[in-house]
Design a protein around this ligand. Sequence first.
Ligand SMILES: Nc1ncnc2c1ncn2[C@@H]1O[C@H](COP(=O)(O)OP(=O)(O)O)[C@@H](O)[C@H]1O
Ligand SMILES: [Mg+2]
Length: 401
Amino acid sequence: MKWLLSIGAGVEQVEPIKIAQAMGYKVVAMDGNANAPGLNIADRSLNIDISDKVEVLTEVRKCNVSGIIPSPIGKCLTTIGLINDELSFPGISAAAAERCTNKKIFHDLLSRNHFLRPSQSEVFQMTQIPLELKFNDYPLIIKPCNGSGSKGVIVVQSEEELEQALMDLSKLEEVQDWLIESFIEGTEYGVDAVVIDGKFQLLMIREKTLSNLPYRQAIQVSGPANLTELQIKSIAECLERAAQVLEMNNCILHADVLLLQEGVCIIEMAGRPSGQMISSNIIPLATGLNVIQEGIKISLGINADFTINDSRPVALTYFTHSIHPKIIEKYEKNGEILKFKQTEHDSSDVIQITNGTDLSGAGYIITTGLNLAEAQSIGDTIIKQGGDYNEDRSEYSKIKQ
Ligand SMILES: Nc1ncnc2c1ncn2[C@@H]1O[C@H](COP(=O)(O)OP(=O)(O)O)[C@@H](O)[C@H]1O
Ligand SMILES: [Mg+2]
């Protein structure tokens, strides 16, 4: 019986761990949070800080694992990179992981290679904010240098907002290094791809509806996106070249891009699958491809097959109020609901969605339709009809205007 390793055992790792087990592998999972849900599911669990690379590597060497389960992960992708290097597993290297998780290194490398990029400040700490941030042109966006899930990402439109945001963000003590970028207006898309033996393959481009400013959290993701062949080609070519420049190989790729008149601007790109249930739900439901399963095969050095045979429109919409079961019943009968999870919050609670973590208790609904617009609008309609309180019906209807 072969063992696989899961770096992290949080909500984003639960499905990938289950997929590995369904393939017949045993899983050893590591997470610094003793209550991480994946630790209860894994065949062996270790409560260790996954950012402590030395300790993780020492433990991994004792475990006799054959590969690493790809899963949505933030800066600890560098831990995965180190293990891949040390144990010669096919997968992202430590150097490539550093290039894509450190937004300064990423920016400098892409800028040097003539990619379209926003302007970016030097890295700064909240304790010593440079007097001259060098940016006078609002809007700007503040973000952690090593962030993920839009945590600590705030758009500011004026000096007052900048000062307020810096004050608010300084409470995020776990973030050391910050960056400011010019905020680029454009339509944002999420992209999933894979690179095997240097060969790039586009898997899916998704549309995103973002929360109202100043936050930038996707509250609806859907796909395959309505784009022309030419637009798809330009996104694919841009990401293929970026994967070469970043030297990302034998891994699933995730990217956020803005489609602009001047071309494609990559906001972020990393050698790991997309989070927010995109890899475990949206891609399989829209394309029939089990992207995590095939990613596991890459890590084991066996033939992976990322062929896409199917295509249907799918939209995932988050909500923070409860939805009346009768409404769900109605749409379920029509076959328009593919998956539904009621919110864990009391319906009287209105949570403010500022980042991906806030969505972990939120409900979601995955819908389909004759086309993408219909899949999206069924999700929107259910949510707008669904709450059992009238005024200010939901945070969702407030943020999706
Ligand atoms: N320079 C920018 N211009 C416009 N939007 C941006 C910019 N940087 C980030 N964003 C928005 O903020 C979101 C989160 O930023 P990102 O750099 O991807 O951080 P994270 O790693 O937390 O996902 C992006 O998906 C995008 O919507
Ligand atoms: Mg991002």
